[in-house]
Design a protein around this ligand. Structure first.
Ligand SMILES: [Zn+2]
Length: 323
């Protein structure tokens, strides 16, 4: 537990998505989730404890858009007379620090919250944000997942259903546009990618694109097969993100350095495609998962992308599952 905790504490933007992989760096290889649980019985409490101590960093982007970093996934905030609009909610225990950071941006009340997908580290704050006055909008599958118990196999974790105020009141299936604070928020469903509930948010007036967890900036991403994610969908989402961004677009990833751009998106997409192809070839040759990991299909990318919570072996396993 000490090593896990030390690792968690030392990392910025810690994410429940990475929970199974948290143990990668601690052990040099990944512990099974069961082993991780032997060390830390309640992983969600561990993450809450960590979020409770992590300060929130504010990054002002462009126009009235900022990013709050330090509580689960990167949170975007659009300010203005219609009230503050949050994109993702972070971990609930960060409430006082998120409120302080958001009040430093403007004194307008919080009026809206958009969830990029259902995962805990993006929706745990839904209930308090709703109590502050936020109307919650998300893809219909986020609504479905939040209102039923969920199991994520790669975390070996069962989530209970969320209380009703934490569920989105407004849902959509394909696209939706919100006009708030002199800006347009274009919400677009990716199709199955990181989960089956991922949406992008584009704010054309500020040239900002929030990709949710379809994009992890400079680090291997988690892919949640238990709730509909897969590697091919991640690549399709990366294609959509590249197509939606121009050279001037500020790109917000779900995790990793919170300010990114089109060139970094292009590099991320190329990494996903190359590793998918490498792992696919090995699997087609009949190699087992262990044999595929030993063949190091991610080797050319590990120095850059494998330094965070999803290490080379764990990412190979996630890709192998989908090819
Ligand atoms: Zn996620």
């Amino acid at each position: 537990m000490a090593t896990i905790k030390q690792h968690v504490m030392s990392r910025r933007g810690f994410c429940l998505c990475c929970m199974a992989a948290t143990t990668v760096a601690a052990a040099g290889d990944w512990l099974s989730p069961r082993q991780a649980f032997a060390e830390a019985r309640n992983i969600v409490d561990l993450i809450r404890d960590d979020a409770a101590k992590t300060p929130i960093k504010v990054h002002k982007l462009r126009g009235n858009v900022s990013v709050l970093e330090g509580s689960g996934g990167n949170i975007a905030v659009l300010t203005g007379a219609d009230g503050k609009v949050f994109i993702d909610a972070g971990i609930a225990v960060s409430r006082p620090r998120i409120l302080e950071a958001a009040n430093g941006l403007s004194r307008d009340p919080i009026s809206h919250l958009i969830n990029t997908h259902w995962h805990f580290d993006h929706t745990d704050g839904n209930q308090w944000l709703n109590a502050e006055g936020a109307a919650i909008t998300a893809h219909e599958n986020t609504h479905k997942h939040l209102l039923a118990a969920q199991r994520v196999d790669d975390w070996d974790f069962n989530f209970p259903s969320s209380p009703l105020p934490a569920a989105p009141a407004e849902t959509f299936s394909s696209e939706k546009a919100l006009k708030l604070n002199g800006s347009t928020l274009l919400l677009k469903y990716y199709g199955p990618a990181h989960t089956d509930s991922d949406l992008s948010v584009t704010i054309p007036e500020a040239e900002v694109l929030h990709c949710g967890d379809t994009y992890w900036n400079g680090i291997y991403p988690f892919i949640d097969y238990s709730t509909g994610g897969n590697i091919d969908g991640m690549i399709r989402a990366a294609d959509a993100n590249v197509a939606a961004a121009s050279d001037g677009t500020i790109v917000i990833p779900g995790h990793g350095k919170p300010i990114s751009n089109r060139a970094e998106l292009v590099a991320y997409r190329a990494m996903l495609v190359a590793i998918r192809d490498n792992v696919g070839k090995l699997k087609q040759q009949g190699r087992s998962l262990d044999e595929t990991i030993i063949a190091k299909p991610t080797a050319a990318f590990d120095a850059k992308w494998g330094q965070f919570l999803i290490g080379p072996a764990f990412f190979t396993r996630l890709v192998y599952e989908g090819v």
